[in-house]
Design a protein around this ligand. Structure first.
Ligand code: SF4
Length: 199
């Protein structure tokens, strides 16, 4: 309820409705744009609903349509600079749940992040939500690649080690790994991720 209330407040402040704000937030991390079908799957609405929301956002100057270079009969939807600004301003305001999470002890925050990652992955496996932009489904992710317990993971996109608490659940640079790599990554990650936080 707290997160839904945050969504309503963010969208009201932005002058859009929550479905439209969810589409803007999805497109913000996708500079090459997305097709209507992808957008509908990404925000879990029907294609006609996504089409209506996109039309409303276009009238407000927050998204634009461009021909898809890979298929000139298709269109891709992109955020305009005004749409990007709007999402970034709203994302800069910590929400109710974020403030509550910030108040937790670091170990508890890390355990919560791990549980959240496992739960999102399970929803993906069950086919209830599309693949999210998490490290554990990214082709650049190498879990527990380093013996250094402080920085065990490796991101091959930036070629750097990183700490468990910096595992991403919504990364712009994410590229979905193929199913066999995702399975191998999850196996390596889940085998070791029960290590006590910070060790
Ligand atoms: S590109 Fe992003 S999602 Fe992929 S491993 Fe690096 S930080 Fe994680």
């Amino acid at each position: 309820m707290a997160m839904r209330s945050d969504d309503w407040q963010s969208s009201r402040a932005a002058g859009v409705n929550p479905a439209q704000f969810a589409i803007l937030a999805l497109l913000e991390g996708c500079p090459e744009g997305m097709g209507v079908k992808e957008i509908a799957a990404g925000v879990l609405v029907s294609q006609p609903s996504a089409t209506d929301s996109i039309a409303a956002l276009e009238r407000k100057g927050l998204v634009e349509k461009r021909p898809d270079p890979a298929d000139l009969r298709a269109l891709r939807i992109l955020c305009t600079p005004a749409g990007l600004d709007l999402v970034q301003v709203e994302r800069g305001r910590p929400g109710t749940a974020e403030r509550a999470a910030d108040a937790l002890e670091p170990d508890m925050q890390e355990q919560m992040l791990l549980a959240l990652i496992a739960m999102i992955r399970q929803l993906q496996e069950n086919g209830d939500i599309p693949i999210q932009r998490m490290c554990v489904s990214c082709r650049y992710f190498s879990p527990f690649a380093h013996a250094d317990a402080a920085n065990p993971h490796h991101c091959n996109f930036v070629d750097a080690a990183f700490v468990q608490k910096d595992l991403r659940i919504d990364c712009r640079e994410h590229e979905t790994a193929d199913p066999s790599l995702r399975a191998a990554t999850w196996s390596a990650f889940s085998k070791d991720h029960s290590h006590p936080p910070g060790q």
